[in-house]
Each structure stands twice: as C-alpha cells, then as structure tokens.
Design a protein around this ligand. Structure first.
Ligand code: SAM
Length: 353
C-alpha cells in the first residue's frame, strides 16, 4: 500500500467521504494490504452499531417475466431460451408463511417488470402479507414504476424498496441498457421512493462491462450523497444467453474492498453479502460479512422455479429447500463468529446491541 492510499483510507474512515477523484485513486490503487486495512476498519464500525448480528431477508422471486432488455440480465425480454414463470398470490403467501416459521421477519418480493403485477394486484399481495405477518417488513424489488404506483404500494404497507441504480455514470448506464431505459428515470424512481417514505436500497454490479475506477468513483459519491438505507452490491456474472456472455465476471477482491469502502462511507447502511458473492467463491458470503456486510438474503422461492430465476450462470442454492438454506447460512455465520437474528433488521443509527 502506498502512502497516498494509506492516507485516503485514514481520511475516509475519519470523515466518511472523499472527493470523486480520490475515490477513483483509492479504487485504482487497491492491493491486498489496503483491502485488509479497509476490512478491519469497516468491521470495527459495523460492530459498534450492529454487534455480531447478521440480518436475514427471505427472498421470494415472484416472476421472471420482464419487459426490459438489460444487456447483462438472463431474464431480459429477448432471451427466448428463458422458461418463464409467475407465482400466484397464494404461492407467494405460502412462501412467506414458511419463511416466518423459519424465523424470517423481512420478505423481499423481487421480479422482472411483469405487467401482470398492476398496482391493484401487487397492493393486494402486500396488504395480505402485512395482515398475516404484522411483525414483518415487506420489501419490494419490482423495478421502475410511477410515483403514484410507489405511493399506492407504500399505502398498502410496503416498507422498503430495492432498486439498484446500476451505475451513477449516465454514459455507462446507456451502455448497459437499451435505449428505452434511462438513467434519469432510474434516479427519479430512487428520489421518489425516498420522498414517499420508503427505506430505500440502491446498488450496482461490481465489474459490469465498461466499469472503470472513474465510474465506480461516481457510484461511491452517489452513495455518499444519497445515503441509502440499504446498498446491494455483488459481482457481475455473465449469463450465456445475453450479449455480455463472454465478458469476465467481477472479482471477489474488488467486491470485498468496495463493501468495506461503502461501510466506511455510510456506517449504518444495511449491506448484503449477496448470492452472487457466494456464487463466485465458496466462502464468498462469509468473506463479505468479514469485509463489513451485515445482511444475507437466502431464497424462499419454491424449489420448482428457482433455476428459472436465472439472472446469471451457476447460481447457487437452486436445489435446496428454504429450511436447508436457513440452517446452512446459520451454521456458516456461526463458524465465523456471527449470528443470524430473528428481527426485521431495520437500519440502526446507534449502538442498540
Ligand atoms: N426488475 C427489478 C429491477 O430492475 O430492479 C429487480 C430484478 S433485477 C433482475 C435485480 C438485480 O439483478 C439487478 O438490479 C442487477 O443489478 C442484478 N443482475 C442482473 N443480471 C445480473 C448479472 N448477470 N450478474 C449479477 N447481477 C445481475
């Protein structure tokens, strides 16, 4: 680690922010020693806020039907090889019932932008979920919608919304998405969600095609400014039926360093160690926690459809029942000195453990 990088890490840790060119220099100058130092600092601040608790969210993948055509995504509209499915309201509620019995207190409903899920349809599911499980938070991750739609869903009981910004660089955004999608609309959605009163999650893929230290610096500056309640980052992994099939996957090392940096930028942020991290390395999720993450999101979708929600190749945990996933993660966290908690897992601003 050079003196310049050591200095940037110290300043980031003390001031929770850097200038955009400094973020770019930090990303470009990363090595094992710098990454280890970032990890130590990130774990210390996370521990001061959340102790050894790791929050869980039960992920229910409600549909892989999507009107969008994002160049990186395996469920993009033009992938004619994708076998499409949509869960019924009853199936979604049954997944949540099973999850509740297993100790999940947050359910994340995620899916492609499937026109079947009108406001009326989705509000009905959200309010039924909240009625059945009053002690739970409901998170939606259903893509870009109108402000009015977000308001109706919030009124129906949705607490949180995950919408990765994907990249904070407009030209990079345009290279990852078809013309019909716009950076401005993605950002409009995030700010609307915040104003309406959701706990909001943004995020991006690490190593997406065309990403550079300069585009990452924009992502980090955006996170520093927006201060999301959650931030989902995980490596890009190519899918064989997309235009990016031959692009290299994002790396474990860079993802871990960025997790630590994001923890230092915004100490209370809810930061998942993602399934993609577990896909590129057998200990990826554990290493994510040890770099500063504090959330895991095991799958509660019916095993019969799990393989079909194929955003990228070689996704893990597609053959296991929900209970197996929960117990496996529980054991993985205990082995590294952490514990999964039965809790909604809201963002905490001070030491509550
Ligand atoms: N449609 C919703 C949306 O746009 O936010 C939610 C579903 S979308 C498939 C969820 C996330 O998966 C995206 O935000 C993207 O970052 C991630 N993703 C898609 N393809 C991926 C890939 N090949 N590798 C890693 N992550 C991917």
């Amino acid at each position: 680690m050079t003196d310049e990088i050591r200095d940037l890490i110290d300043r980031l840790s003390g001031e929770h922010g850097l200038a955009e060119p400094e973020y770019a220099a930090l990303v470009a100058g990363m090595d094992d020693e710098a990454s280890a130092r970032l990890g130590e600092l990130a774990v210390a601040v996370r521990r001061a806020i959340y102790g050894d608790a790791v929050f869980t969210r039960g992920l229910i993948e409600i549909s892989n039907i999507c009107k969008n055509d994002c160049l990186y995504c395996g469920i993009r509209r033009s992938n004619a090889n994708a076998r499409r499915y949509r869960l019924t309201a009853e199936e979604i509620l049954a997944c949540a019932d099973e999850g509740h019995a297993l100790g999940f207190r947050t359910f994340v409903l995620q899916g492609g932008e499937d026109g079947f899920f009108t406001d009326e349809a989705l509000c009905g599911i959200v309010s039924a979920l909240k009625r059945r499980h009053e002690d739970c938070a409901v998170t939606l991750s259903m893509g870009e919608r109108s402000r009015e739609s977000y308001e109706r869903l919030h009124d129906a009981g949705a607490d949180r919304y995950l919408l990765r910004h994907e990249t904070a660089d407009p030209a990079h955004y345009a290279s990852l998405h078809p013309k019909a999608m716009s950076f401005e609309n993605r950002m409009r959605c995030l700010w609307d969600l915040r104003e309406i009163g959701y706990q909001v999650g943004c995020g991006f893929m690490v190593g997406s095609p065309g990403q550079t230290p300069a585009t990452l610096a924009r992502d980090l500056k955006f996170i520093e400014t927006f201060k999301p309640d959650m931030c989902g980052i995980g490596p890009f992994i190519p899918h064989h039926d997309t235009p990016f099939r031959d692009r290299p996957a994002g790396t474990l090392e860079q993802t871990l360093a960025l997790l630590s940096i994001i923890r230092l930028i915004h100490p209370p942020v809810l930061l998942p160690a993602t399934t993609t991290l577990g896909t590129i390395h057998p200990m990826g999720r554990e290493l994510g926690i040890l770099a500063g993450a504090n959330v895991v999101m095991p799958n509660l979708s019916p095993v019969s459809v799990r393989r079909q929600y194929e955003l990228y190749d070689n996704k893990i945990c597609t053959g296991e029942e929900s209970a197996q996933c929960r117990h496996c993660l529980d054991a993985r966290m205990r082995r590294i000195g952490y514990r999964l908690v039965v809790d909604r897992g809201d963002i905490l601003k001070k030491n509550a453990f």
